[in-house]
Design a protein around this ligand. Structure first.
Ligand code: DUC
Ligand code: ZN
Ligand code: ZN
Ligand code: ZN
Length: 484
């Protein structure tokens, strides 16, 4: 059975042109004028683009004493409703747990996915077992990315020596390290100080994690990666200091990537102040929302290419879950949703305002991350042979974002009331129509795991520093007696 997407304008990361797209067996088999097939999807007046890839989601994640409320079913349903056709979730071993045991749990949870998915592996502790498991994860489980938390002291955080060891292992294996870059020691100290001074509300969460702690950690992670001889991907880049560190590293020839979130691009720190407790707590995430100066920097980074990807860090908690932090902001589960809203919000606030072009939109929502994850052009492309993960975006279709009509399992939406234009007429996951004019036709369990190969050796090319060449042993005859 063949399907033809007819009459639309194809928009890729580098081209815009009119053509039909023919699909069979879940893949694109032909692109050209006047195609016909068994089924026709009308794309007149629409843009036909690679489905979005969200490389940063936490579905049914055990975190801060609870589980994030969207699982692989509701989370991927929300993704498809918004034009996203692949998600990458973070497998999270408990400290001391084998990476492979954790992976079994994630494999199990993900069987319910409505769209394709992959995993990053988190390195939450360090030891010989992790060192050994990393090789198995890369070579036998199709995972080539390892996440490191520089924050969440006493829980997920790893120290610099552990990061250096893990980054070095990534270099050997052809894998890419990821970092959550915030200085966890300073955050913990700031949190305690705020609590001691009687600041226990959700706004104190923002005070405890200023941009400087993110900027410092981003710089540190970049230098550790450079010394380990490995590229680096910085998740949820939210501030100017972090962006500057990434931009500087790239100018120096290092492969460092930055990932702003749609929340940080469009919501600011005023969400924490002069608002009721629930409103602010629902927006508690790490890093927190920033001011306009930081937002402008992130938008500039997307337009100029110094930041490459827009993600969500979708990690949704209900109001009841958030309320476990009444009286102590440190206990408010960190995280916000965004999977369904990322593409429409970025289209509305990016393309429609002229901050980014349509082609840049495709690059930062899909193609760039497909390349970074080493799954291009299976994903992230409108090309013959690519998976038919496609969004047919109607630039005239609008809605008001509301928890009442969302797919996510939670009882609110951080974008509540925002008007968005540019919505899917169709979302296809490997050729199957999952969304049709707002009607949800997802199939639980349709999603497949996407295995990712290790990176070629070229990825090891890093900065121009020459101090890291192998040490030369110096022979000396006269050895001073002492103290010189
Ligand atoms: N930040 C969040 O807000 N939630 C999940 C984990 C993280 O780093
Ligand atoms: Zn067929
Ligand atoms: Zn994080
Ligand atoms: Zn995250």
């Amino acid at each position: 059975m063949t399907t033809v997407i007819k009459g639309g304008t194809i928009v890729t990361a580098d081209l815009t042109y009119k053509a039909d797209v023919k699909i069979d067996g879940g893949r694109i088999i032909e692109i050209g004028p006047n195609l016909s097939g068994d089924t026709t999807l009308d794309a007149a007046g629409c843009y036909v683009m690679p489905g979005g890839i969200d490389p940063h989601v936490h579905l049914e994640m055990p975190f801060m004493g609870t589980y994030s409320a969207d699982d692989f079913e509701s989370g991927t349903r929300a993704a498809l409703a918004g034009g996203t056709t692949m998600v990458v979730d973070f497998c999270l071993p408990d400290p001391g747990q084998s990476l492979l045991d954790a992976l079994k749990r994630w494999d199990n949870k993900a069987t319910r996915a409505n769209c394709d998915y992959s995993f990053h592996m988190s390195v939450t502790w360090w030891g010989e077992q992790v060192f050994d498991d990393m090789k198995t994860v890369v070579q036998q489980h199709g995972i080539n990315t390892f996440k490191h938390f520089m924050a969440y002291k006493g829980a997920l955080m790893v120290n610099d020596d552990e990061m250096f060891a893990s980054f070095s292992r990534c270099a050997e294996l052809g894998a890419l390290p990821l970092v959550h870059a915030e200085n966890g020691d300073i955050v913990a100290a700031m949190q305690q100080k705020l609590m001691d001074e009687g600041n226990n509300g959700p706004e104190a969460h923002a005070y405890s994690r200023p941009a400087s702690v993110e900027g410092e950690a981003t710089n540190r992670a970049i230098i550790i990666a450079d010394m380990a001889g490995v590229p680096l991907y910085v998740v949820h880049t939210s501030c100017e200091q972090a962006h500057e560190a990434i931009r500087r590293a790239r100018q120096n020839g290092m492969r460092v990537y930055g990932e702003p979130l749609i929340q940080h691009l469009t919501l600011d720190e005023s969400e924490y102040f002069d608002k009721d407790w629930d409103h602010s707590a629902r927006r508690v995430m790490s890093p927190p929302f920033r001011n306009k100066q930081h937002q402008d920097s992130l938008w500039a980074g997307l337009a100029s290419g110094s930041l490459q990807v827009v993600a969500t860090d979708h990690c949704a908690f209900t109001t009841d879950q958030k309320r476990t932090g009444v009286g102590d902001f440190r206990k408010i589960p960190n995280g916000t949703g965004g999977l369904e809203d990322r593409m429409p919000m970025l289209w509305t606030h990016g393309v429609q305002t002229g901050r980014i072009t349509m082609n840049e939109f495709v690059a930062v929502t899909s193609t760039n991350i497909a390349k970074i994850l080493n799954v291009y052009p299976k994903k992230g492309a409108i090309l013959v042979g690519a998976d038919a993960d496609i969004v047919v975006l109607d630039p005239n279709k609008s809605k008001t974002i509301s928890a009442a009509t969302q797919q996510s399992a939670i009882d609110y939406n951080v974008f509540e009331g925002k008007q968005v234009t540019g919505l899917p007429r169709y979302t296809l996951t490997r050729g199957v129509v999952a969304i049709e004019d707002g009607a949800v036709k997802t199939r639980e369990g349709h999603g497949q795991f996407v295995a990712r190969e290790p990176y070629p050796a070229v990825n090891k090319a890093l900065s121009s520093w020459k101090e890291l060449t192998a040490p030369r042993k110096v022979e000396r005859s006269g050895i001073p007696a002492s103290g010189v």
